[in-house]
Design a protein around this ligand. Structure first.
Ligand code: NI
Length: 134
């Protein structure tokens, strides 16, 4: 059985590699390489898999998941410039793929080991990334 808690955050980013020429960055990342950054309204789905607790009837208390996401993800990334404000992306291109991997790692660290974890990140309504540690 799996349960999901959804959350949103807004953040700015720019996709580029400092070790590439301007031409190559433009060719690969296009508008996402805008030097003045651009923003997204990210939607995050955190999926937790495990066994139902017969006593409570919960797989996990979703309040715990809500607070974990608020403390570890929204507090850290909401209303931030991911490239400039967030050490996680100081040397990591903040693509949706990399953001999902970082988020997964942050939640994994704080989530009870008895649960399996998967995160789904919606960068736009149409671009969605899923990461479960593999
Ligand atoms: Ni973007």
């Amino acid at each position: 059985m799996r349960v999901c808690r959804r959350a949103t955050f807004n953040a700015a980013h720019r996709l580029y590699r400092a070790d590439w020429s301007e031409e190559k960055n433009d060719a690969v990342f296009g508008k996402c390489n805008n030097p003045n950054y651009h923003g997204h309204n990210y939607t995050l789905e955190v999926w937790v898999e495990g066994e139902i607790d017969r006593e409570t009837g919960y797989l996990i208390d979703l309040k715990i998941l809500k607070e974990l996401i608020a403390n570890e993800i929204q507090e850290r990334f909401d209303h931030r410039n991911l490239n400039l404000d967030c050490k996680e992306f100081a040397n990591l291109n903040p693509t949706a793929e990399n953001i999902a991997i970082v988020i997964w790692g942050l939640i994994r660290e704080k989530l009870d080991k008895r649960y399996a974890l998967s995160v789904k990140l919606w960068e736009t309504q149409n671009n969605i990334i899923e990461y479960d540690g593999k």
